[in-house]
Write a protein that binds this ligand. Structure first.
Ligand code: 6CS
Length: 388
């Protein structure tokens, strides 16, 4: 190096150090990333921090966590539905939000139904911790968490789905008492959300009155209370995974089933059924669940991010199920190659089912519940209060 080059080198070094010092002691409006992340813990790191902060705020984020302290990790999130269906798109949206909030450190891998076995296999996997998260229908935990079967009771929740969702969000009976019952089995339901009103589909028989169910072969999920609900109408219920349902309906192994409209159409059940009865006899409840040991073992920071995201997703998934149920009704109506007659029950016709269904509540209290129906009693009180 010549003397001239050496001079330039030292001048540049002094300039560099001076500027660095000024930046470190910088004034109010020259805050660097580190300081910002102290002030707003939703901040992550790097140049695109502002985007993350804005998104967290737009979503009503509490900002009680910081991506900076998070470790790289991958969480498996299994659902009971396939690509495009409500549970699966829920898991995808959840994954996107977690990726953004954790600054890419945490990857959530959604799994669609089928790859990991039946719905009840998935319950086992969550319990064992083979997967960290699952969307689960209480109908598939019927032989384990007795109280969880209350979601099978017909005409329990209000017909207005928005009101039903508010109750699901705020009910202490569900979010505290029932959650504790699940936690005895190492499953923590973090939220409960509707996938829409349920309807009946059938072949051979038009389902308009309870008598129409006499000797009707009805496919149900694995829950003694769902079985009892259809026996009350005179049907022969058969437990079955939905993975086998299309073939069973097609071959006449069963005559009908219940599900929200989006699912009836997307799983093509309407193609092999003559009728769809718009009964709105119940709403389909799904739970966002986590393995309890895993969840309790998360550091507070990461758990706060999970809780916040689960809460945000309630509104998102309500809108998603509304959209899908509306869109798929047109799919059934417009499918002239596979016509399905749509039967709308009158209020009087629904009342006939409601009356029968009230007896099943006694059965739940006396034969199913392990706490004398306490959770149901509390929930009924909350529903009544909410409607006043
Ligand atoms: O009928 C069933 O079993 C399926 N129905 C819905 C709406 N979601 C998944 C579930 O396994």
């Amino acid at each position: 190096m010549t003397i001239f080059n050496k001079k330039i080198f030292w001048l540049a070094l002094v300039l560099f150090l001076t500027l660095g010092l000024l930046a470190a002691c910088g004034g109010d409006d020259s805050d660097d990333g580190a300081e910002e992340s102290d002030e707003d813990t939703t901040e992550t790191s790097g140049d695109d921090e502002e985007g993350s902060e804005d998104d967290a705020e737009a979503d009503g984020g509490s900002g009680d966590y910081s991506a900076e302290d998070m470790e790289e990790d991958t969480w498996r999130f299994v659902t009971e539905e396939v690509q495009g269906q409500v549970q699966y798109v829920y898991a995808e949206e959840f994954a996107d939000r977690i990726s953004e909030k954790s600054d890419g450190k945490i990857t959530v891998e959604p799994y669609e139904f089928g790859g990991l076995g039946s719905e009840t296999d998935q319950v086992d996997q969550l319990q064992q911790g083979t997967v960290e998260m699952a969307v689960m229908s209480p109908g598939f935990t019927g032989n384990m968490v007795a109280e969880g079967q209350l979601f099978a009771l017909h005409f329990l929740f209000p017909d207005d789905l928005e009101v039903t969702q508010e109750i699901l969000n705020n009910s202490e009976a569900i979010n505290t008492d029932l959650r504790e019952r699940y936690e005895e089995f190492n499953i923590s339901p973090l939220s409960f959300w509707t996938e829409g009103a349920m309807q009946w589909t059938s072949s051979g028989t038009e389902l308009r009155t309870p008598d129409d169910f006499e000797n009707f072969q009805m496919r149900v999920q694995t829950s003694p209370l769902i079985m009892r609900s259809y026996e009350q109408y005179g049907a022969n219920p058969q437990e079955m995974s939905w993975g086998e349902l299309y073939t069973a309906l097609d071959r006449g192994t069963v005559d009908g089933q219940e599900n929200p409209i989006f699912f009836i159409a997307d799983a093509s059940f309407h193609e092999v059924q003559d009728y769809m009865t718009v009964s709105n006899h119940n709403n389909y409840v799904a739970m966002t669940t986590v393995n309890t040991d895993w969840y309790d073992g998360l550091d507070d920071n990461t758990r706060a991010m999970v809780d916040e995201t689960v809460e945000e997703m309630q509104e998102w998934v309500f809108d998603e199920q509304t959209r899908q149920n509306e869109e798929f009704l047109s799919v059934i109506e417009d499918d002239t190659d596979n016509p399905t007659e749509i039967i709308e029950l009158t209020e009087e016709e629904r009342d006939a089912f409601r009356q029968e269904a009230m007896e099943v509540r006694d059965y739940y209290r006396n034969e199913i519940s392990e706490v004398g129906g306490d959770i149901l009693d509390k929930l009924e009180g909350e529903i009544e209060e909410h409607q006043e």
